[in-house]
Design a protein around this ligand. Structure first.
Ligand SMILES: Cc1cc2nc3c(=O)[nH]c(=O)nc-3n(C[C@H](O)[C@H](O)[C@H](O)COP(=O)(O)OP(=O)(O)OC[C@H]3O[C@@H](n4cnc5c(N)ncnc54)[C@H](O)[C@@H]3O)c2cc1C
Length: 334
């Protein structure tokens, strides 16, 4: 949407705080906004919340989140969503924040689908940028009919024949996660060597999972409801057909800060400079998590949580100078 077409007629949500990026930092910020009595909307280019965790390592165990000696990526994100749900934030998933207009009523942010959000303030928790899954060339038209980039629920693939396409860590993670529930799992990689860590490869090699290298998916066949089989071209020129009701395209993601770089924010390479309150150089616009930059910054989930709390408390004061910066203790709220 271009700036001159951004208007209140396009507004689909009106909130105190628009959070751009539903990764761990944005999700925690949504909880915190609610805790401060602020309404919040989360916009994310991905169809699922969780940012890098959901996109790249939902099945991996994380050991450095405070309070959890170890927790699977997917479980951490479920917990964050559940925590935020208490205050019912609005989710605008599968949409990009593209345009920004500042006027006397606050901020008007245009989304890639032509709608807009009106907000008193914005918290940018855009991580390393908007993620776009790398498409499976032969998968055109099969998304929603069996070709997937994410698996929000492993159990949904119970009893299915699954083909995972890719050679990196996430492809191997998906194989390990799906193997216990699927009827069969096959990994297909177009190169001769895998990029995944040796430990992961060894773990998969111990399972009864065919690993087809030098094999490219050339065609997906099925009906109007679902994929039924895929055709591969093998390195020698032969073809092979595999039965499949699910095809996981684990080919990685591209990440771009994109339109945010045009919002007249002070940038430090691919990050946004903030002060100790997490405010950017522009009024009512804050940043937290991987995308926020200041001297000594360490990009970790734990850091993002603290920054989200700092940002939201300072937003609360900027929106209403009569409220206190310190939120009080959650233990006193019941
Ligand atoms: C393989 C791997 C392992 C890791 N292991 C650990 C670990 O053990 N411990 C740890 O602390 N950290 C770990 N990290 C780092 C950790 O995942 C990040 O620090 C964390 O995800 C940052 O969270 P975030 O919410 O700030 O950003 P992100 O998780 O990057 O989320 C940002 C979200 O913003 C969205 N977005 C961006 N721009 C737009 C836009 N214009 N419109 C709409 N949506 C937009 C993106 O799609 C994305 O979903 C790991 C990272 C990787 C890749």
């Amino acid at each position: 949407m271009s700036r001159d077409t951004l208007s209140d007629e396009k507004v689909s949500a009106e909130v105190d705080v628009l959070i751009v990026g539903a990764g761990p930092t944005g999700l925690y910020a949504a909880y915190y906004a609610g805790f401060r009595g602020l309404s919040a909307a989360l916009v994310d280019s991905l169809p699922e919340p969780g940012g890098q965790v959901t996109a790249m390592y939902p099945e991996k165990r994380i050991f450095d989140v405070a309070g959890f000696p170890e927790i699977k990526g997917r479980d951490l994100i479920s917990g964050l969503v559940e925590q935020a749900d208490r205050y019912e934030p609005t989710y605008l998933l599968g949409r990009y924040a593209t345009d920004l207009t500042v006027d006397s009523r606050g901020l008007l942010v245009g989304l890639g689908d032509g709608s807009a959000v009106r907000a008193g303030a914005m918290l940018i928790t855009a991580g390393i940028g908007e993620f776009t899954p790398r498409p499976l060339p032969a998968g055109d038209g099969w998304l929603e009919r069996g070709v997937v980039h994410f698996i929000p629920e492993i159990a949904a693939h119970e009893g299915r024949d699954v083909v995972v396409v890719g050679g990196g860590d996430s492809a191997f993670d998906w194989v390990l996660a799906l193997h216990p529930v699927a009827n069969s799992v096959t990994l297909v990689h177009r190169r001769a060597r895998f990029r995944a860590q040796d430990g992961l490869i060894r773990e998969v090699e111990r399972l009864d999972v065919p690993l087809l290298t030098g094999a490219e998916v050339t065609e997906i066949r099925g009906d109007e409801h679902r994929v039924r089989e895929i055709e591969l071209e093998l390195s020698g020129g032969d073809t092979k057909v595999l039965r499949a009701q699910t095809v996981v395209a684990a080919l990685g993601f591209t990440a771009e800060l994109g339109p945010i770089t045009e919002w007249e924010l002070d940038l430090d390479k691919r990050s946004i400079k903030v002060d100790t309150t997490m405010r950017t150089n522009r009024e009512r616009i804050y940043a937290a998590g991987d995308v926020a930059s200041y001297p000594g910054k360490v990009k970790l989930i734990a850091t993002g949580f603290g920054e989200a709390a700092t940002a939201v408390n300072n937003i609360a004061v900027e929106l209403d100078p009569s409220v206190r910066l310190f939120p009080g203790h959650s233990t006193n709220t019941g």
